[in-house]
Ligand binder design. Structure first.
Ligand code: HAM
Length: 420
């Protein structure tokens, strides 16, 4: 029997892991520049945390979670997103007592049992950030700037930032009624999915992908035009901060998001390079979530972004050329004396910080040289009894074919001179 990875999961193979490392490093460096600190939470949590945090009626909680009962009869769920876990940790560890504004970031696998398709996996990875403890629009702007800065740093240009305001407890109920009033005229013509949302979550009907729904709701009233004064002022301030920081954005009154915790700001970063699953990132403000999960009222804002989708976009834009790890030096043994020497020397070189490879399969000199070429080693040093007798050997630079003689007694220092 041959095993295969499960549908919607994939391996990151040795030939591509450097891409992940490169992207992860860039993300960490941008996060640190914005003074966000990493948080790591467990891969699974109590199921109720997500049901309460994300919303019972969302697609994620309703049909996508990996939920099971463990041996102690506790219902646990593999995290489908990080915000609920981060807030659980924030409350549990009293993080708010140490700092008035807690700024954290994460890089983590997430699990959602969705129908797999291009850009949609069952185990995928997100990077994201949460700023917990402040209501100023300046914090929303920083969060957006942070997400955009990651893409800018990595050279991704084909994307746009779309912002909206989804209001608050004060203004949303009246708007909801207004929207339901508008939709009741076309209710029967809406897609089955949207009809199901009519009572529980009519706002989601606005971001339906169904063409019929889109034209039926083309003139629907939008939340952004019915905000209370506080939400409207907040939205205006967000826009002026983004303008002052020269972060390009568009206002899109149909951005609603598929998680229930948002208040005021909601946003998405989309790329036309992604096809139908076009969201690179999404997020917004969630002023009520900390309280809903048992903490003190703590306004907060954050975002998360798909790493696989980022890699797809970078691949298409050919932003990955030439950062594949490879040996700097390949020690090729001409005979058994050379082999014994290479075994010792490789250890010294590696300790001195030089990426070194040698033959461990007993291959001929010819196939060792072929191997050095295949592995794209920068230099090859051929050593056998004759070279050891002279205490010197010929070093070949693979890209240019240049040869030079190099002493073997202080090899690490000689090689380090080449790489500096
Ligand atoms: P989300 O929109 O559900 O938001 O996910 C954020 C991003 O994760 C998406 O824009 C997409 O790039 C990626 N993503 C989501 N599902 C999949 C999937 N099945 N396969 C591949 N990539 C996927 C959240 O998760 C919120 N927690 C964001 C947030 C943080 N809001 C406030 N703070």
């Amino acid at each position: 029997m041959k095993f295969k990875s499960l549908k919607g999961t994939r391996d990151v193979l040795p030939g591509e892991s450097h891409r992940w490392q490169y992207v992860e490093q860039a993300i960490r460096s941008v996060m640190h520049r914005f003074n966000y600190r990493e948080i790591r939470t467990p891969v699974f949590e109590e199921t109720a945390l997500f049901a309460r945090g994300i919303g019972e009626l969302t697609d994620i909680v309703g049909k996508e979670m990996y939920t099971f009962t463990d041996r102690s009869e506790t219902s646990v769920t593999l995290k489908p997103e990080m915000t609920a876990s981060v807030i659980r940790s924030y409350i549990q560890n009293n993080l708010g007592e140490q700092l008035p504004l807690v700024k954290v970031y994460y890089l983590s696998p997430m699990f959602r049992q969705e129908r797999p398709q291009a850009g949609r996996l069952r185990q995928f990875h997100q990077f994201g950030a949460e700023a917990i403890g402040g209501q100023a629009a300046a914090i929303d702007a920083e969060c957006l700037a942070l997400a955009m800065e990651v893409y800018r740093t990595l050279g991704v240009t084909n994307m746009s930032l779309k912002i909206n305001s989804v209001g608050c407890e004060q203004c949303r109920p009246a708007y909801r009624e207004l929207l339901q009033g508008f939709l009741s005229n076309v209710r029967e013509k809406l897609s089955a999915e949207s009809q199901k949302r009519f009572d529980a979550n009519p706002l989601r009907i606005l971001d339906s992908k169904d063409e019929g729904d889109k034209s039926l709701t083309a003139r629907a009233p939008l939340m952004k035009d019915h905000l209370c004064k506080e939400c409207a002022d907040h939205f205006v301030e967000l826009q002026s901060t983004l303008l002052a920081q020269k972060i390009p954005f568009e206002i899109d009154g149909r951005i609603v998001r598929g998680l229930d915790y948002y208040t005021k700001t909601a946003f998405e970063i989309v790329s036309t390079d992604l096809g139908s699953q076009d969201a690179l990132a999404g997020g917004g403000r969630y002023d009520l979530l900390v309280e809903q999960l048992g903490g003190k009222p703590t306004p907060s804002v954050g975002f998360a972004a798909g790493i696989e989708r980022l890699l797809m976009v970078m691949d298409q834009a050919k932003l990955f050329s030439g950062n594949e790890p490879h040996p700097f030096l390949f020690l090729a043994a001409a005979d058994d004396d050379g082999r014994a020497w290479a075994s010792k020397a490789s250890m010294e070189l590696r300790r001195a910080g030089i990426a070194t490879e040698l033959d461990l399969l007993g291959r001929s000199l010819k196939s060792q040289l072929k191997e050095a070429d295949r592995q794209k080693a920068d230099y090859v040093l051929v050593v056998g009894a004759a070279e050891l007798a002279k205490n010197a050997a010929t070093l070949k630079q693979m890209a240019t074919g240049d040869h030079r003689t190099i002493g073997l007694s202080d090899l690490a220092a000689e090689i380090n001179k080449l790489s500096s």
